[in-house]
Design a protein around this ligand. Structure first.
Ligand code: VAH
Length: 314
């Protein structure tokens, strides 16, 4: 029986992953943890514990209290925030990663953490970026993600921990907003379109980045974690993507649902520089071949669903 501890459970991925895992494995078997509690469903409708991922004893104590057999480590600073506070980002992102891996080792638990397309850098092939390729990221977030991938492989080779991960593209969702990311524009644009019929993008036109709708991201995590370990050649971390678009393309799709929608630009040089260092679109063949990865939402289907759900929410 799966008993899962999730760090960062009240964040953009965690708030939805917690609920989905509770539906599948039972509410009492999914322990949501985060730095502080809020009034979200993930915090209120099942086990919740305050866990500071930089405190190893705290994390292990909670993991032992619930006898977990799976650790899903989501707590991390995203790219733009990490670029603004690189030392804090190193300590939180890498300290948290080490503690989560140590907790999984100590409890002989399965381990998941997301890497990102942010693990690639300006010298990585930008189109059809391969699963195995050069990775010299020029952001603190990217350095953290590559180091996290290598640490996860190390814990698998050295200690036999069943570590697994994916390189997520920008994730789009309507439940909990992302915070401090570079791809957040692709979430903000939907909120602003529904509220005000217009949006000013901090990412320039013509800037392509891989993206994915949250339902596909959640299914990817579950499918990977349920996959036969013997079939996994790559573990940390699989390229996964659903689509790639530039701001003008998502705007055109939104305008089909919200006639008169206007996109303008006020480029943020810091986040533009981060975006320019990332791929245009990556190749997800390994994930498809090794564990049957498949995305259901393309830009049109995602836009229709996002606008429908945000009209209800807002
Ligand atoms: C970020 N949303 O923008 C995250 C993600 C691929 C982007 O890693 O930092």
């Amino acid at each position: 029986m799966k008993r899962i501890l999730i760090t960062g459970a009240l964040g953009q991925i965690g708030s939805e992953l917690t609920m989905k895992l509770r539906d599948i494995y039972g509410t009492d078997n999914v322990i949501a943890t985060d730095l502080k509690k809020n009034n979200s469903e993930a915090a209120e409708n099942g086990p919740f514990e305050v866990v500071d991922v930089t405190d190893l004893n705290n994390m292990i104590e909670v993991a032992k209290k619930y006898k977990v057999d799976t650790v899903m480590h989501l707590a991390a600073l995203l790219s733009a925030t990490a670029e603004a506070k690189p030392v804090f980002a190193w300590n939180l992102n890498m300290g948290g990663m080490m503690n989560a891996l140590e907790t999984a080792r100590e409890l002989n638990a399965q381990f998941f953490t997301p890497s990102s397309i942010g693990a690639f850098g300006p010298t990585t092939p930008k189109d059809n970026t391969p699963q195995d390729t050069i990775m010299r990221p020029t952001t603190m977030y990217g350095v953290n993600k590559v180091a996290g991938e290598l640490l996860s492989d190390y814990y698998h080779e050295k200690f036999g921990v069943d570590t697994r991960g994916v390189r997520f593209p920008g994730l789009i969702s309507y439940v909990a907003k992302p915070g401090g990311g570079t791809t957040d524009y692709a979430v903000e644009i939907y909120y602003e379109a529904v509220k005000n019929g217009k949006y000013t993008s901090y990412i320039d036109k013509g800037t392509y980045m891989d993206m994915m709708y949250m339902p596909d991201a959640l299914n990817a995590i579950i499918d990977l974690m349920e996959a036969d370990s013997a079939k996994l050649t790559h573990r940390n971390a699989f390229n996964v993507t659903a689509m790639s678009f530039a701001p003008e393309e998502i705007a055109a799709e939104i305008a089909k649902q919200i006639p008169g929608f206007v996109l303008s630009y006020d480029v943020d040089p810091v986040r533009q520089k981060i975006a320019d260092s990332w791929p245009n679109f990556i190749d997800a063949t390994a994930a498809k071949q090794e564990w049957g990865f498949k995305a259901e939402y393309d830009l049109a289907k995602m836009t229709k669903d996002m606008i429908e759900k945000l009209r209800q929410k807002l």
